[in-house]
Design a protein around this ligand. Structure first.
Ligand code: CA2
Length: 150
């Protein structure tokens, strides 16, 4: 099994999770998301590196870093999902499996949220399950990485 962590990267405004718009994004905070994702990874003997940034360039830098330091990516790029060719190019260049996640179901909201640049570089997309989306992404990657449940 790989000893490298899964990088779990979060985009703009996700630091507000649990503090605003609970009707869309739920009551769990980003710290709750980190804890639940970490607990799910631990079940498979996997490590995570969980980060959030409001800056596109910083996220691109972390994805570049992941190429050498991570075994896989889980990305909720927030609004950059719908705008960022730079993040798409970084994920393609990282050349490690990426799962795109969203808290909300982006397909039953505004039309502009239906298109994601990240999907083209992802092995799969999970959306609509709140923080559980992150846990499901870890499960999917664990199987792909052949991690054994402990
Ligand atoms: O559903 C998701 O996870 C999104 O990636 C969240 C983004 C949105 O732009 C995407 O279309 C879907 C927004 C993140 C903002 O997060 C907030 C959380 C709580 C309160 C306010 C914003």
């Amino acid at each position: 099994m790989s000893k490298k962590p899964i990088y779990v990267l979060n985009g703009p405004n996700l630091n507000l999770l649990g503090k605003r718009e609970p009707e869309i994004y739920g009551h769990a905070t980003l710290d709750d998301a980190r804890e639940r994702t970490q607990a799910r990874a631990k079940l498979y003997g996997l490590e995570i590196e969980f980060r959030q940034s409001n800056t596109e360039g910083e996220i691109v830098g972390w994805i570049q870093e992941a190429h050498a330091k991570a075994c896989a990516l889980v990305i909720n790029a927030g609004a950059y999902t719908h705008t960022s060719v730079a993040i798409l190019d970084a994920v393609l260049a990282a050349d490690i499996p990426c799962v795109e996640v969203h808290l909300s179901n982006i397909f039953c909201r505004e039309e502009f949220r239906r298109h994601s640049y990240i999907s083209a570089a992802s092995v799969g997309v999970i959306c609509g399950f709140g923080v559980k989306s992150y846990e499901l992404a870890i499960e999917a990657l664990a199987e792909r990485l052949n991690a054994v449940e402990k």
